[in-house]
Design a protein around this ligand. Structure first.
Ligand SMILES: [Zn+2]
Length: 420
């Protein structure tokens, strides 16, 4: 008979993720949390009947949830070139390595926001069947895009609404949990222009409605003023990046403040990816090589200040700003999920618990899985991660190498030791 587990930790995040409960322990049965009780309530013979894992003075949180990853990429400045140089076999090897890195940094759940179908669905199966280590993947597979548009080289090309519908149906059949559309050009793809829309408002509206009918949701990459407004008005569930590039080559952004309130009213989730900027900034300070800018933004890139001020305004209006790194892109390494919390505190002024929620419970909500993931609560999946020092005192105590990791009740790492 498999014993139930008891996880002891001096500090466990409470069920609202806004404070610690002390001297409690978590009872785990199978993959879920059976109960959370005070140590004094343990039966006297618990050591005989339970497998006890004592994490001592550590700070225990729900497993981290990353909402934005691309497993096929290297996270180096030349990620684009490497992708074209590598064989499918090498890409899969890289993806497996990325999955392992993410899990060992405390990420137990991860949303893929665009990957080749022949890579992401087999990768998910390998992890689900415990053949390799990795977080639980919520995949989308190939994103919708246009010819030579953003990420055309692993996307599904679709111009008309019927073409889009049939691709969505195919992706859902393959096991996609959500749909990704490239509503504007992107920075990463030299042949695409971040300043222009790839799809009209009417098309986006139809895609949103179709996704709702199919019981799924839409994530839209959007960098231009026009596409971002269209996405918000169309009711896209999750705006990715949410930037405001002007059409003109010599201007950077044209942010329209009233859209901040609109997002708040609609409950739109916004993925700021500002942690990637933070990591790039820190890498630049070290004198490291950086990615090349897209030809369409080269003369008028926004300043960090411009970007930060927009997200501060969104935060003032209570827009749901979720942690999202864009893993796989330059400097967005697979062990850096916690950098979203760093950036939210250091650049946007979040309080520490709010920043922690932005990489756990709020992200669970964005993924529509908050009824079973994202909290340490009775009945929830037993995903957890612990750190040596209190992250509510210093957000950088959320380290990229956590003390302990448990995924769906399975112990991955205890007190610094990986369990293989
Ligand atoms: Zn991305």
């Amino acid at each position: 008979m498999i014993k139930q587990k008891i996880i002891k930790s001096k500090n466990i995040s409470n069920e609202f993720l806004n404070g610690w409960i002390t001297d409690h322990c978590i009872l785990i049965e199978g993959n879920s949390i059976l109960n959370i009780i005070h140590e004094s309530k343990l039966p006297s013979d618990y050591k005989k009947n339970y497998e006890v894992i004592d994490l001592g003075n550590s700070f225990l949180l729900p497993g981290l949830i990353e909402t934005h990853a691309h497993f096929q990429f290297s996270a180096t400045p030349d990620a684009y070139k490497i992708y074209f140089d590598e064989s499918d076999f090498q890409k899969m090897d890289r993806a497996k390595e990325n999955a392992k890195t993410a899990l060992y940094s405390g990420v137990t759940t991860i949303r893929d926001l665009g990957a080749p179908n022949e890579l992401i669905f087999p990768l998910k199966s390998l992890i689900d069947s415990e053949k390799i280590d990795g977080p639980e993947i919520f995949p989308t597979g190939t994103p919708l895009t246009i010819e030579n548009g953003h990420c055309w080289f692993f996307g599904s090309i679709a111009n008309t609404v019927p073409e889009i519908y049939s691709i969505i149906e195919r992706q859902l059949e393959l096991g996609a949990t959500h749909i990704k559309i490239m509503a504007s050009g992107g920075y990463f793809t030299p042949s695409s222009n971040p300043r222009i829309s790839q799809y009209s408002f009417d098309t986006l509206k139809k895609v949103v409605d179709f996704c709702n009918d199919q019981d799924t949701y839409l994530c839209a990459h959007t960098l231009s003023n026009e596409s971002t407004k269209s996405c918000i008005d169309a009711g896209v569930h999750n705006i990715i990046h949410g930037r405001w590039f002007d059409k003109s080559l010599d201007k950077s952004y044209k942010f329209e403040e009233e859209y901040s309130n609109k997002m708040s009213e609609k409950g739109t989730f916004v993925d700021s990816t500002i942690a990637k900027h933070l990591l790039e900034y820190e890498s630049k300070l070290k004198g490291e090589k950086q990615r090349k800018p897209n030809p369409n933004v080269i003369n008028s890139e926004p300043t960090f200040e411009e970007i930060i001020n927009i997200f501060r305004k969104l935060d003032d209006d209570n827009v749901n700003i979720i942690g999202a790194l864009d893993m796989g892109m330059s400097q967005a390494f697979f062990d850096k999920c916690v950098a979203s919390a760093w950036a939210h505190v250091e650049w946007l002024g979040f309080d520490h618990w709010k920043a922690i929620r932005s990489i756990t419970s709020l992200n669970a909500k964005a993924l529509k899985i908050d009824n079973y993931k994202g909290y340490l609560k009775q009945g929830y999946i037993a995903d957890m991660v612990s750190f040596d020092n209190d992250p509510t005192l210093n957000i950088r105590n959320l380290e990229t190498i956590p003390n302990s990791i448990i995924k769906a009740g399975k112990v991955i790492k205890v007190n610094g030791q990986l369990i293989t």
